[in-house]
Design a protein around this ligand. Structure first.
Ligand code: 3PG
Length: 306
């Protein structure tokens, strides 16, 4: 049984070694394709793989066609918008994710970026503090819950809106639940996006919504660039010179954002929310164990396709 780890953005070496141990302890063989830039390399590598572990690597019908022996793909992470679920189902390939395994890493990055932002990107001029500010979390999944936990340590007021999570569950976590997205944007000093990229959410962060934000507010995106309506956001922020946009996923129009929003925009050079040894190890090991459980006992917990 061959398990291919295909990561254009590699895991930390300690995570790769951990995955290898789990794979070999289960009598399987691990193959590694890291830092590849050509799709042809992925197509060649998947040809004889029975299982595949990926990160944000795009797994489409062409990859699935090339993977003649493939039975399972595990996205070592939370968001699986990079995998064509319909094509996987058509190819009788099970798709899973590893929810929660890298969420603390993303949450810590949110707080780090916020400190960096309110301190004027460390330019030495007086900034502000996070203490006492209102942080609005859009969606209340694993990353949000970790952001809320850490933000409370900063003495921030934390509120959340989630279309699918009941208000009682949000309140039970010690976070104020608000009734609408609009209310969240109106009442927060900072809004942090934690929605997945789905047909419902793509381009949903638009000028109308962001335009409701308070004077001097900050929008931070460590989720997906696709949830933003980029042209609308750029146009709005060009007019609303009090607002800031901070992101871990460079917009397609990064150069325009940087040029037009000087001092109010920051994008990490490469998406790095989940880039910690711990997150890589947690997600990578979970993926390897899920594959072993699937082959040995038919366990399909965390399957995301039908
Ligand atoms: C996720 O969905 O798990 C995060 O966005 C991390 O993605 P990455 O593995 O590509 O860094």
């Amino acid at each position: 049984m061959k398990i291919l780890v295909a990561t254009s953005k590699p895991f930390a070496p300690v995570a790769v070694e951990g995955i290898r141990k789990v794979v070999e302890a289960n009598g399987c063989q691990m193959a590694l394709l890291e830092k590849y830039t050509e799709k042809a390399d992925l197509l060649a590598a998947v040809a004889d793989a029975d299982a595949l572990i990926v990160r944000s690597d795009k797994i489409d019908a062409e990859v699935l066609d090339a993977a003649k022996q493939l039975k399972i793909v595990v996205r070592a992470g939370a968001g699986y918008d990079n995998i064509d679920l319909e094509a996987a189902t058509a190819h009788k390939v099970v798709v899973m994710n590893t929810p929660g395994q890298n969420s603390n890493a993303v949450a810590e990055l949110v707080m780090g970026l916020l400190v960096y932002t309110v301190r004027n990107f460390f330019n030495g001029k007086p900034g502000t503090e996070l203490k006492g500010k209102t942080l609005g979390l859009l969606a209340f999944g694993n990353v949000s819950r970790n952001v809320a936990r850490i933000a409370k340590g900063f003495d921030m007021n934390v509120m959340a809106y989630d279309a699918y999570c009941p208000a009682e569950a949000i309140e039970a976590a010690g976070v104020k639940s608000v009734a609408t997205r609009e209310e969240l944007f109106e009442k927060s000093d900072i809004v942090s996006l934690h929605i997945p990229a789905t047909p419902d959410t793509i381009h949903s962060i638009n000028a109308e919504l962001v335009g409701k934000m308070k004077q001097g507010a900050i929008l931070i995106n460590t989720a997906r660039k696709e949830v933003i309506d980029e042209p609308q956001l750029l146009e709005l922020l060009t007019k609303r010179t009090d607002l800031k946009y901070i992101t871990d996923i460079k917009p397609d129009a990064d150069a325009d954002f940087a040029a037009k929003l000087e001092g109010r925009y920051f994008a990490t050079p490469k998406k790095m929310g989940a880039q910690t040894a711990e997150a890589n190890t947690n997600a990578g090991l979970a993926a390897a164990k899920q594959i072993a459980g699937f082959f040995k006992e038919g366990i399909t917990k965390f399957q995301v396709n039908k």
